[in-house]
Every structure is written in structure tokens, then in C-alpha cells.
Design a protein around this ligand. Structure first.
Ligand code: ADP
Ligand code: MG
Length: 246
């Protein structure tokens, strides 16, 4: 196994009634990398994440995560293997507090009783506090999610994934609808969490991309149009023509 990459996507293809939304796509993600996928609407960005997390079945190709072929696995098995995925719209439980939302997402262990259960509660509580701090919500633990701002809900959902400690976290347009200040904080959050994992982010805001990206993959019609550092990709004439120029 090639240890340099935590994720190897090769020849990934999905065809919807003959239309190839993702077309023989290959890319490789290193540990502690933040890979940003950019590209015009309909390029296939969300579909790539759907394929990696098992929500959509690939027609061809392979997705190897830590040596395991994900395309042969069910969605829940892929989560269990250490891949977390956030969708575009936040899906937190509005009637529950920040604490309760995080608690619900804590990985379920085997049933424990008595003194052991007490010890587990302590561990869970400490972990929830730690995550709440990471997502800038340690002051809101007892607040119902319904009262959070849109940006805070997005952070809470990231926290609900982080508490499961995924080694690969995938985020679909996490700063859409956020204020400039919230975007800056989200960039800070991502830069902190890649110290322990890899992240794949789909994003349009190029300022935000510049703040977070290790490397950028530009997707166009289901294929890689360009790939490399932000600088390289931004100055690639093909990218300017089909994406950034508009
Ligand atoms: P992006 O996220 O880059 O905007 P998507 O991955 O959502 O693009 O979509 C890529 C293309 O695939 C679009 O033309 C979309 O209509 C099509 N598509 C996505 N999912 C399906 C599906 N389940 N069935 C049919 N077509 C789909
Ligand atoms: Mg999309």
C-alpha cells in the first residue's frame, strides 16, 4: 500500500442514463491535506462526494481509503471506516441544545453500567466541551440549536462530525451564507482540524479557498481541468477561461 496517500480516487465514473456526471476522475489526497474542489455549477463536485461516501454507486473506478476499497462498502461502513461527510444544508436538531446535538453524535460504544457508565459520561462530557471550543460554541452549550445563527449551525454540524473523529472529512460549501467574519473563523477552524485529519472541501469563495487549500482540483464536466496549488490553478489559462473569468 502506498502510504503517501490517505485517499486514492482512480478512474471514478458515474453515468446517469448515459450522461457521465463524473468521468474517469483521478486524484490523490495526502494525510493532513486540505483539498479544495472548485468548478462551475454542474461540474460534478457534489457527485464526487456522493460517490466517495457511498450515497451514489459508481459505474466504474476505485476509491481507496487507507487501503480499503470504499466502492465495495455501504454508507454506514464507510462512516465507520473514518469518512465523515457534511451536506450543503445544515441538519442539526433544532429543538435540542448544542450539547445534546453533540452528545447524540458521539460514537456509540458497548453498553456500560454503574461506575463504568459514570466514567463514560465524564469522558463524553469532556469531549463535547473540547469540540464545542473548537467550533466556537463553548459559550452556547445549553442553547437550543434553533437560536443559533446560520453560520453557528454550520459549525455545530462540523462539530457533530468531528466528535466521531473521522480521518477524512468532506464538506460541501460550508461557508455559503456566512458573514465575512464567520468565513474567517471557519478558515481558522479548518486549518486547525487538518492537523489531525484530511479534509475535502467544495467551495466557490476564492478568498476562502486561498485561506484553506493545500491543493486545488478544478472540476469541469466531471473531469479534472487543472490541479495544484491555489497560485498555479488561479493562473492556469484554462481555469480562467471556463471558471474564474466569469
Ligand atoms: P456540482 O456540485 O458541481 O454543481 P453536481 O455533482 O450536483 O454538480 O451535478 C453534476 C451533474 O450531474 C448535473 O448535471 C446534475 O444534474 C447531474 N446529477 C447529479 N446527481 C444526479 C442524479 N442522481 N441523477 C441524474 N443526474 C444527476
Ligand atoms: Mg454541488
Amino acid at each position: 500500500m502506498d502510504e503517501r496517500f490517505i485517499l486514492k480516487v482512480e478512474d471514478l465514473t458515474v453515468s446517469f442514463d448515459g450522461f457521465k456526471a463524473v468521468d474517469h476522475l483521478s486524484f490523490y489526497v495526502e494525510p493532513n491535506e486540505c483539498r479544495v474542489i472548485i468548478g462551475p455549477n454542474g461540474a460534478g463536485k457534489t457527485t464526487v462526494l456522493d460517490l466517495i461516501c457511498g450515497r451514489t454507486k459508481a459505474t466504474e473506478g476505485s476509491v481507496v481509503f487507507k487501503g480499503k476499497e470504499l466502492l465495495a462498502m455501504r454508507e454506514d461502513q464507510i462512516v465507520h471506516a473514518g469518512v465523515g461527510r457534511k451536506f450543503q444544508t445544515p441538519s442539526v436538531y433544532e429543538d435540542l441544545t448544542v450539547f445534546e446535538n453533540l452528545e447524540l453524535s458521539y460514537p456509540k460504544g458497548h453498553g456500560v453500567f454503574g461506575a463504568l457508565a459514570f466514567k463514560r459520561d465524564e469522558t463524553v462530557r469532556a469531549r463535547i466541551k473540547e469540540i464545542a471550543q473548537t467550533i466556537f460554541l463553548d459559550g452556547q452549550l445549553d442553547e437550543k440549536a434553533a437560536f443559533l445563527s446560520h453560520g453557528q449551525k454550520q459549525w455545530l454540524e462540523i462539530g457533530m462530525l468531528l466528535i466521531q473523529d473521522p480521518e477524512l472529512l468532506m464538506l460541501d460549501e460550508p461557508v455559503a451564507g456566512m458573514s465575512v467574519a464567520e468565513r474567517k473563523k471557519t478558515a481558522e477552524l479548518l486549518n486547525r482540524i487538518i492537523q489531525d485529519r484530511s479534509v475535502i472541501v467544495i467551495e466557490h469563495d476564492m478568498g476562502f479557498v486561498a485561506d484553506i487549500a493545500t491543493r486545488v482540483t478544478v472540476l469541469h464536466q466531471g473531469k479534472t481541468l487543472s490541479e495544484g496549488t491555489m497560485d498555479r490553478v488561479q493562473n492556469d489559462p484554462k481555469v480562467v477561461e471556463v471558471y474564474l473569468g466569469h
